[in-house]
Design a protein around this ligand. Structure first.
Ligand code: FES
Length: 100
């Protein structure tokens, strides 16, 4: 189980859960009680953008499509990314949502 921690843009934790490779991280966070802002859901608007502050190497950033907005190296679109299939069970991922 990969632990995913979702934080707001102040660094305060909003939720954490066992991440998977089957659903976008935005959907997984919503299922665990955090209303991640999602508008287009296809990588165009940037509403769901987050800064990955830990475990970037365990994220498949194009699991559900290719981002159509400019991203810094540490940024991901949570509507498109998921945990990598081969991520080790003890891995931890932290994402700070930029719009919360
Ligand atoms: S919701 Fe538009 S880019 Fe993710």
């Amino acid at each position: 189980m990969v632990k995913v921690i979702i934080k707001d843009n102040s660094g305060d934790e909003l939720t954490n859960f066992a991440g998977n490779c089957d659903d976008p991280i935005s959907t997984q966070a919503q299922e665990n009680g955090t209303e991640v802002p999602v508008a287009c859901g296809v990588g165009v608007c940037g509403s769901c953008k987050g800064k990955c502050t830990k475990g970037r190497e365990f994220i498949n950033e194009t699991a559900f499509g290719n981002p159509q907005v400019d991203l810094a190296d540490d940024e991901v679109l949570t509507c498109l990314c998921a945990i990598k299939k081969d991520a080790p069970a003890e891995a931890e991922v932290e994402i700070e949502l930029e719009s919360l």
